[in-house]
Write a protein that binds this ligand. Structure first.
Ligand SMILES: [Zn+2]
Length: 128
């Protein structure tokens, strides 16, 4: 009896917050998927209406995710700064125009991931 209770609690326990955000899991239960699985590589992210596990509604009202834009901006700036520091450390003689173009390329490459992460982080900050 005690063993089955331990098994149940370990299965239903929420994963770590950082892992939940990176794996794009539901902010309420930490088990359901927030986004649909990609059918092909070029598909844009499609958010599920509600969690498949706990039926938590992700998109509660029009304009709810407007604030996620600021988080996405912060992520892009962070990635730009990290890219600059890496380039400055390993290629200090690189021309400024090349540095700017590389930073823009990195931000473009991570833009879809930023879009998804910013919405999930926003749902974790403002769950209601
Ligand atoms: Zn859920």
């Amino acid at each position: 009896m005690k063993f089955t209770a331990m098994m149940t609690s370990s299965k239903t326990r929420k994963p770590n917050l950082f892992i939940r955000i990176l794996k794009e899991k539901c902010p309420n239960c930490g088990l359901g998927e927030v986004y649909e699985k990609k059918k092909h590589f070029w598909q844009l992210p499609v958010m599920n209406d509600k969690c498949g596990h706990c039926h938590y509604y992700f998109d509660r009202e029009p304009g709810y995710f407007l604030g996620a834009m600021y988080i996405s901006y912060g992520l892009a700036v962070f990635q730009g700064i990290v890219t600059f520091l890496v380039l400055y450390a390993f290629f200090p003689t690189l021309p400024t125009l090349n540095v700017v173009l590389i930073i823009l390329a990195v931000i473009c490459v991570f833009s879809l991931k930023n879009y998804k992460l910013s919405r999930i982080i926003y749902m974790h900050i403002f769950p209601e």
